[in-house]
Design a binder for this molecule. Sequence first.
Ligand code: ADP
Ligand code: MG
Length: 458
Amino acid sequence: MNFADLGLSDELLKAVDESGYTEPTPIQAQAIPPVLMMKDIIGIAQTGTGKTASFVLPMIDILSHGRARARMPRSLILEPTRELAAQVAENFEKYGKYTNLSMALLIGGVSMGDQVKALEKGVDVLIATPGRLMDLFERGRILLNGCELLVIDEADRMLDMGFIPDIEHICTKLPTTRQTMLFSATMPPPIKKLSDRFLSNPKYIEVARPATANKNIEQHIAKLPANRKHDMLKYLLRTEKVETGIIFCNRKVTVRDLNKKLKRDGYKSGEIHGDIDQAARQAELEAFKTGEINLLVASDVAARGLDIKGVSHVFNYDAPWHPDDYVHRIGRTGRAGASGKAYTFVTKADEEALENIEKLIGYKIDVLGAGRKKSDGKKSGGKKYDDKPDEKPAGKSEEKPKGKPERKHREEAAKPAKTDRSEKPKVAKRDNKNTDSDGGEDGWNGPVPGFLGAKFKD
Ligand code: ADP
Ligand code: MG
């Protein structure tokens, strides 16, 4: 299969070719043809599988005919974070270089005036975070009734961040005849509900279930008391050949503390979490990408979906509360055929979280220092999953999560059709909707796609 078989235009194929892609990824191969046929689609594929190009490429061809009208964007792409929105914009720039599409990026942290100016002129593609879009919509600066194409990207992350009500609201403002595409790594019940309501007869495409991919990641858990985590991390950093590593913590405060300690110990580390302003976050990412720092301490919200390649190690300093996050976190390593290692620290309190993770991925993770060999995964505590085939590794969201005992999960588990994702502490914050999940209204000093500079100057 190659890109030329998918029905894309010659100009687009040229741009794709120049970008160095030789073959479409599975999600691209399956999604592009129906999108070109103007079908609604649901695309489920794990992070890093190329979902962006699977909607950006056909959209460029679909939108290459027709003209934009003032304040009425012709298409809308919703992204959960500013970074992801900027990445999508960069994709449009790269593949759209032989097409004359105008775009605007509507994200917190960029001056509202410039964004409004771009909109006034009319744009073919509007890439936005829900908070900022709602803001402008409510001020009457934008009309969505000319929007024939809608992409809801990273839907499960939108859910985590409490954006679903905003998205529902936005959906009702678009013409009902539009084409809608929804992309997500997982399909928890609220996302299913959203798609039932706002997509019409969608083609459902699911590739490489999150829990079954990434065979080339060597996974370990370290069982330890909470107060040994720091020493264990330092031990691993010393004994492992950690070229680049991401260290995930569940709370921002842990991210901050840990980064401080690592720096004090002489490590080249940085931090990325929701409280860090946009400019600093982008700078930190850049430093990590260029190798100026080789350790990045991160929270889930800040790190999800970011395209960071070639990470040799992932450390879960805190075991993730939700098993999905485990898959996403370790997915930062072992990308594109490279091998990687993932270490997860598990305290007594995390036992249940670990159980849920192992249930999702369908096997037991090797315990460090337990004298177990990889091949004997069936023994030593493997009681639960030994001989029953794993029912639905990726569909775990339908199962009742046990969650952490001290949280509300137990009561919630009794209620139908309610996912525990919304209860996940710290992540599902609602109060930050107008600043897009995190961060304040600080200036955007990150990479501004070229078209932005060009269009915003008058
Ligand atoms: P997702 O949205 O599924 O998490 P992205 O769209 O961000 O994934 O793509 C992940 C990475 O894969 C990016 O670095 C992108 O450039 C790369 N990529 C996408 N499509 C291809 C392809 N056909 N061939 C090679 N690399 C690709
Ligand atoms: Mg994506």
